[in-house]
Every structure is written in structure tokens, then in C-alpha cells.
Write a protein that binds this ligand. Structure first.
Ligand SMILES: [Zn+2]
Length: 216
């Protein structure tokens, strides 16, 4: 049985990257951990995109208007896909050299801009102790997709995209994306304790098997 979305390890280093990792793309049938709007809402609270008080507001709005819940989930999945394409195209790592598609990434940027524009229309400027902030998510039914659009914008414009890595699929890793925040930029695996060690163990078994005398 697949994990609940709230049991997924958060390895991205940014909520927008953790969002990208909520879709398991490997294997024959991809698995989407954002199974429904309720899973999306729980995950959003877990990564801090919405507060507990906002969870109640959104929950009420989505119960009153199920179509808005479906639209919210669809919008988030759309942002997730667009961001994945953009980040793959930005990754310069050798393993991902062929993974990024600049044309798909260009189209994804247009779609992401549209999502963000909608979120910006619903946002408000707020004066907060001598500082003006832009607050996204003033409409409860659209709060979650608007905050996700904000997070996507934040990672695209403020993160160092040369530090985005993909857990190396060609070497047996899982393909999750993460921001490498190690000092020398040498992090290779999403989690050493998981993918890194699993691949090492597999290699060791292969080496032992190769070293074993054959009885042919
Ligand atoms: Zn991995």
C-alpha cells in the first residue's frame, strides 16, 4: 500500500520542490500522492503553505463548493507539472542532460505565469509593521493553489537553480528533485540513508556476484 502523502519524506529543501516530488514518476504507472483535495490540504499544512486556521477556512469553502476543491487540486497538479518541466530544463547535471526539454519548459513557463497572474489578482498588499507585504490567498476556495503558485514563483526567481539536483535515475536513484544546500554542492542523493545506501548495497551485491567463480 502506498504511503500517505503526509508520510512522504520532505527532501526538496523548498515546498515547491517537495510538491514536484508528490508524483512518483518512475515505473510503468506513475503514482500521485495528491490523491484528492483532502490529501492536498493536509500536505499543504504539513509543508507550511497554509496555517491550521486556514485549513479550516479552506475545508469549509471546499465542502460548500466541491467544484472549487476539484479546480484547486487540478490547478496544483498543473503547477507541479509545469515546475517539474522548468526545473528539469534548468538542471545541468550530467545525469539529467537529456531529461530537460527546453520547448516544453518554455510552454510550462507561460502556463505558470498564467497561474501566478490569477493568484496575484487575488493577492493583497498588507502594511505589516513598517513593511508592505504581498499576501497571497485571500479567497479561501483558491487559497491553496494561490499559495502554491507563490511558492513556485519563489523557487524559480529566488533559488539558485544551479543547485537543483535530481536523485540520479541512471544510477538507481529515485528521480526526486532537491536543492543541494551542501557547502561544496556535492550532494547526489535525495537521502543518503535511503537511495544512496540502497544503490551502494546493490552495487556491492553485483560486485560480489561478479567475483564469484562460475561453474560453466
Ligand atoms: Zn532518491
Amino acid at each position: 500500500m502506498p504511503l500517505d502523502v503526509c508520510q512522504l519524506p520532505l527532501v526538496g529543501g523548498h515546498p515547491a520542490l517537495d510538491l514536484v516530488n508528490t508524483l512518483e514518476r518512475g515505473g510503468e504507472s506513475p503514482h500521485d500522492f495528491l490523491t484528492d483535495s483532502s490529501a492536498l490540504l493536509r500536505w499543504s499544512a504539513r509543508v507550511g503553505v497554509v496555517t491550521d486556521a486556514e485549513v479550516d477556512q479552506v475545508g469549509r469553502a471546499w465542502r460548500d463548493e466541491p467544484a472549487a476543491a476539484h479546480a484547486g487540486l487540478a490547478a496544483v497538479r498543473d503547477i507541479r507539472e509545469g515546475l517539474h518541466l522548468v526545473l528539469l530544463a534548468a538542471i545541468t547535471d550530467a545525469d539529467c542532460g537529456t531529461a530537460g526539454d527546453p520547448i516544453a519548459a518554455g510552454a510550462a513557463l507561460v502556463a505558470l505565469h498564467q497561474r501566478w497572474s490569477g493568484a496575484a489578482v487575488r493577492a493583497r498588499f498588507v502594511l505589516d509593521s513598517s513593511q508592505v507585504r504581498m499576501v497571497y490567498g485571500t479567497v479561501p476556495a483558491m487559497l491553496v493553489p494561490d499559495r502554491i503558485a507563490e511558492a513556485a514563483l519563489d523557487v524559480m526567481l529566488t533559488a539558485d537553480l544551479t543547485r537543483v539536483r535530481r536523485c540520479p535515475v541512471l544510477e538507481g536513484g529515485c528521480g526526486w528533485l532537491f536543492l543541494d544546500q551542501s557547502r561544496n554542492g556535492s550532494r547526489r542523493w535525495c537521502r543518503m540513508a535511503d537511495c544512496g545506501n540502497a544503490v551502494k548495497a546493490r552495487r556491492l551485491t553485483e560486485r560480489r556476484r561478479a567475483a564469484r567463480p562460475t561453474n560453466s
